[in-house]
Design a protein around this ligand. Structure first.
Ligand code: AHM
Ligand code: MG
Length: 335
């Protein structure tokens, strides 16, 4: 079959067969995420109608309560994963604490925990700009059949067994890895099916795009300031192009396809930057490394960081290998 005619469902089944001892649990989990993605996509597409049907906190014409989209996306993902009885725990950027899904029933003794940012970049919704969902999957550390603990969620990113994102853009895509490269699937909205459109995605070795909120420039560390000046200098293949959507998933996706670097540094006003290690940086770092890119948190590899709390923030630099290495040279000058 032509690779590009393959559906996500077919791809999942094929790849499960490739893991000889796989129980199929991870495949079912990816399937549940695929389903939730379609539901949230439907809601995101209706976002512009909120003005017609009512805003958050108001009743719409059907008498239903309108919800903010990030709250709704959170509920949809959690509900779908819970209903399918496919994970033992969920942590979400939208929830203060993790959720334990515990059952003594033998068939509910699942081994995976999911961490999720249900709608990243949600401030962009009001202005019709792409947003995304980010997910990350770990095998639990504590024994199967017992309630999950914080320890199951606070694992270094290198322990991830799967990670990915859904981008609600000009078309909707699901991009994910299970540690064997990165594949992207585009939703055909007419029939509700994801097709393999971007097999084996790879960051170009280098690129010409840098993505950072330059409004914060004055507050950045000197190493980052110098690197930005380097990007802007007329020399060799520079100056680079500046592109910043303010939606991590979209900035990452574009940079992976075209070649580029994304930066959210710490600053004199945000000690650890803005992005969350568990819900944003770890999954994106896993994808980046699987796509021949790099992701660092200042000094070292993001995937090696041992998390200390669920909502921990960390500086984040990620993208084409050579660009991240160059940035690292600048950062090291001031260490
Ligand atoms: P959110 O989780 O509250 O949506 O924030 C994360 C988003 C990222 O998608 C984006 O890259 C960044 O925040 C933009 O932040 P800023 O507006 O400070 O540049
Ligand atoms: Mg977020």
């Amino acid at each position: 079959m032509n690779k590009k005619n393959k559906t996500l469902g077919e791809f999942i089944i094929e790849n499960q067969a490739a893991f000889q001892y796989s129980s199929g649990e991870l495949s079912k989990l990816i399937n549940a995420i695929r389903l939730a993605a379609k539901v949230v996509n439907h809601e995101v597409n209706k976002a512009g109608l909120v003005d017609i049907l009512g805003t958050a906190g108001e009743m719409n014409i059907q008498g239903e309560n309108q919800q903010k989209l990030d709250v709704l996306a959170n509920e949809k993902f959690i509900q779908t994963l819970k209903n399918r009885e496919i994970v033992c725990g969920i942590a979400s950027e939208e929830e203060d604490d993790f959720i334990s899904i515990n059952s003594n029933d033998e068939k509910h003794r699942n081994k995976y925990v999911v961490l999720i940012d249900p709608l990243d970049g949600s401030t962009n919704i009001d202005v019709n700009v792409s947003v995304g969902t980010i997910f990350s999957v770990y095998r639990r550390i504590t024994p199967v059949g017992t309630p999950v603990t914080l320890e199951d969620f606070l694992q270094p990113g290198k322990n991830q067994v799967a990670a990915g994102y859904i981008i609600y853009g000009t078309s909707t895509m699901l991009v994910y890895t299970t540690g064997h490269g990165v594949n992207g699937f585009t939703l055909n909205p007419a029939i509700g099916t994801f097709y393999l459109s971007h097999p084996d995605m790879q960051f170009p070795e280098s690129g010409k795009i840098y993505s950072v909120n330059e409004g914060n420039y004055i507050h950045f560390h000197q190493g980052v300031k110098d690197y930005i000046k380097y990007c802007q200098k007329e020399e060799g293949d520079r100056p680079y192009t500046s592109r910043y959507i303010g939606s991590l998933v979209s900035d990452f996706h574009r940079n992976m396809i075209k070649g580029g670097i994304y930066m959210y540094p710490k600053s004199s006003i945000t000690e650890n930057g803005k992005l969350r290690l568990l819900y944003e940086c770890n999954p994106m770092a896993f994808l980046a490394e699987q796509a021949n890119g790099l992701a660092i948190g200042g000094r070292s590899r993001i995937l090696d960081v041992k998390p200390e709390e669920l909502h921990q923030r960390i500086p984040f630099f990620c993208g084409s290998r050579k660009m991240v290495e160059k940035l690292q040279e600048f950062l090291q000058k001031y260490q």
